[in-house]
Write a protein that binds this ligand. Structure first.
Ligand code: ATP
Length: 306
């Protein structure tokens, strides 16, 4: 659905994007994660045809955004970072105006409007001026305008920016519902948002893609966590003697049992070998699993290395 190749963009001396590549398949829900100034908004503006790159290409649904801008925009529902809403217009009048601008056929108008309003939970707000709505409801109006023309692809720039915790949860549920019909790419700097919503994350730092993976792949490590009912003497040194083990650390098991992180020298999963060793040594095995990292630790590692 989205093919981005070697995208670069500078604003004067500031190089906002440097050779960005990624692909998003139909039906995916992908988070574009990065700290402030990473290049998320710049990427999104290029994808949606509102900014020209200096170099590189973007294909949306097989169409080049530079040469087929209108056709591409007709396929995209776009929620910009600050949606240009008209405060004096009622929700209903505003959505009607946008539907006219998008050339929604008159015979489909009522159905499209009511679907968008229902999907975004705005049924009770239709006659209120947009300027009287809370930030959360204004964001919903932004989303409603983005889905009016039933786009194949939703691109949302920081959809939860400025929302309170309850509104953030509501926004997530809304995005999850919308993702049942459209491919979704959204930008955020909130790690928990990515964890709650995404199949995949693309981490952008200083205008470069630093990671592009499924969350489970990012979290996986080759290291193992071993928890025993009690610790027979010399467990550490026996583990250290195992082929492929680089080191052994004592860790908190959370429930008071002796626990060890067994560090792998290479990428090979150590669990099968540790399991055989534990049986051989007759250790009272309580738990054995691959160690996982949090998205926060992956993100911090990448941000520090950049
Ligand atoms: P944030 O999370 O703060 O919105 P972002 O990841 O969306 O950041 P961008 O807004 O794409 O990042 O900005 C990338 C870089 O380009 C930043 O250094 C920013 O200051 C710079 N930049 C963005 N827009 C402009 C502009 N119109 N003129 C000059 N520099 C710009």
């Amino acid at each position: 659905m989205i093919n981005v190749t070697n995208l670069s963009k500078s604003y004067g001396p500031i190089q906002a994007l440097q050779g960005v590549n990624f692909h998003i398949a139909p039906g995916e829900i992908v988070g574009l994660l990065g700290p402030n100034g990473a290049g998320k908004t710049t990427t999104i503006k290029i994808l949606t045809g509102y900014l020209q790159p200096d170099d590189g290409a973007v294909l949306i649904d097989g169409l080049d955004v530079l040469t087929h801008t209108r056709e591409v925009q007709a396929r995209i529902g776009y929620l910009p970072e600050s949606a240009p809403l008209y405060p004096e217009l009622s929700v209903q009048s505003y959505l009607r105006m946008i539907a006219d601008l998008r050339q929604v056929p008159e015979e489909e108008m009522a159905l499209r409007l009511s679907e968008a309003v229902r999907a975004t939970g705005l049924v009770d707000q239709l006659t209120r001026p947009i300027g009287h709505l809370s930030k959360g409801y204004r964001q919903r109006v932004g989303l409603a305008q983005a889905i009016l023309h039933q786009p194949k692809l939703l691109i949302l720039d920081e959809p939860s920016l400025g929302l309170d915790p309850t509104q953030i949860v509501e926004m997530r549920n809304l995005i999850r519902r919308l993702a049942q019909r459209s491919t979704v790419l959204f930008s955020t700097h909130i790690l928990s948002e990515v964890e709650a919503l995404c199949d995949r994350v693309i981490i952008l730092i200083n205008g470069r893609v630093r990671a592009d993976a499924r969350l489970s792949e990012l979290a996986a490590t080759p290291h193992a966590i071993l928890v025993l009912e009690d610790a027979p003497p010399g467990v550490d040194s026996v583990l250290r003697g195992l082929d492929g083990v680089q080191g052994v650390e004592r860790v908190e098991s959370g429930d008071g049992y002796p626990a060890y992180r067994v560090l792998a020298a290479g990428g090979r999963d150590l669990c099968p070998a540790i399991y055989h060793l534990a049986r051989e040594q007759d250790w009272p095995l309580r738990e054995l699993r691959r160690d996982v990292r949090t998205l926060e630790s992956v993100f911090n590692e990448l941000a520090t290395a950049a």
